[in-house]
Design a binder for this molecule. Structure first.
Ligand code: C5P
Length: 312
């Protein structure tokens, strides 16, 4: 192993959360993953990941969800940083600082965002300039959603969600996110989906025409009507109170709503920034949803906000 040739003291990367506008879950594969067809949208809730040269490897976490994030070797951002180091033969230890605004175990790719942030931050800190395809490949090894939060925007995901294709899409959308106080484990939600399906035949998942047409037209009502998630029933089975949140949001005027990814965050689509604010107020006042956040989408994927690349 060598020491880093190009040294910068620290790099900070900002990374968005995601909502799955459509999530079709196909058959379980021999490797335990499920074949997916999903449409991702990156939304404006962001984590910030900073990597700093240090004497030993460590993770520090700040922000509203800090106490729920592991600081040991299981931390996905730490694993991402170590993976890049291994690949390029750099063994200089880093401190990984995470400012966490994305709910933990919420179905919004929070852990994946931190991994994507750490990948890009190490690439810049060590002056590697890794080709995009290499970053995407390492991202896919770390988790199915990591390539998407690195990329951002709107994209179709296939395979286990890691293979991305661009989507023709128009418009900016205003989301209200009802965050559950208790997270859901992604493997547990997939297992519950399998249990609910029993022996039923599961078709190969494909993007729907309704979703693609809605995105092409930029019609918020059409998009609201096209939202769908095959993991929704499984998430509701594990957290039945999410059903009340969904009903309330739609009654209070959302043009559509669904469980985000494996949940338990419930995402509501609204017609305007004002409608989003109204919905936040109504959901909070009704007491049905604990924490309520607003976010715009689509937004950019992981990008450097402080460090070498912002100087040049
Ligand atoms: O890829 P990621 O680490 O996010 O996956 C977490 C878990 O979610 C997997 O171990 C698997 O149980 C489940 N999963 C799945 N099919 C997918 C993606 C995730 O079964 N396409």
């Amino acid at each position: 192993m060598t020491s880093a040739a190009t040294t910068h003291r620290s790099v900070t990367v900002r990374v968005p959360a995601k909502v799955n506008l459509e999530l079709k879950v196909g058959p379980r594969r021999p490797d335990g993953f499920h074949e997916l067809s999903t449409v991702y949208m990156a939304v404006g809730l962001h984590d910030e990941v900073t990597v700093v040269q240090a004497d030993r490897w460590s993770v520090l976490v700040s922000g509203p969800y800090a106490d729920q994030v592991p600081r040991d070797e299981t931390n996905l951002a730490l694993r991402a940083a170590r993976a890049v180091g291994r690949q390029v033969g750099i063994d200089d230890p880093l401190s990984v600082l995470i400012h966490k605004e994305i709910p933990v175990a919420g179905g919004m790719a929070g852990g994946s965002a931190d991994a994507a942030g750490a990948l890009l931050a190490c690439d810049h800190l060590w002056g590697l300039g890794l080709p995009r395809e290499d970053l995407l490949e390492t991202a896919a090894d770390l988790g199915s959603d990591v390539p998407f939060v690195l990329t951002g925007g709107i994209a179709v995901g296939s395979g286990r969600g890691e293979r991305l294709a661009p989507v023709l899409a128009r418009g900016t959308y205003h989301w209200v996110l009802a965050v559950s106080p208790d997270g859901l484990s992604t493997p547990a939600v997939y297992a519950e989906c399998d249990r609910l399906r029993g022996d039923a035949d599961v078709p190969t998942p494909e993007p729907t025409t309704g979703m693609m047409t809605a995105l092409r037209s930029g019609d918020v009502k059409a998009l609201g009507a096209a939202l769908s998630n095959d993991l929704g029933d499984a998430a509701l089975s594990l957290q039945p109170e999410l059903g009340e949140v969904l009903v309330a949001g739609l009654e209070f005027g959302a043009v559509g709503g669904l469980v985000s990814g494996s949940g338990p965050t419930v995402a509501f689509l609204t017609e305007s920034p004002e409608a989003a604010l109204d919905l936040c107020v109504s959901l909070t006042a009704s007491g049905v949803a604990g924490e309520v956040r607003r976010a715009k989408g689509p937004v950019h994927g992981a990008h450097v906000v402080a460090g070498p690349s912002t100087r040049g």
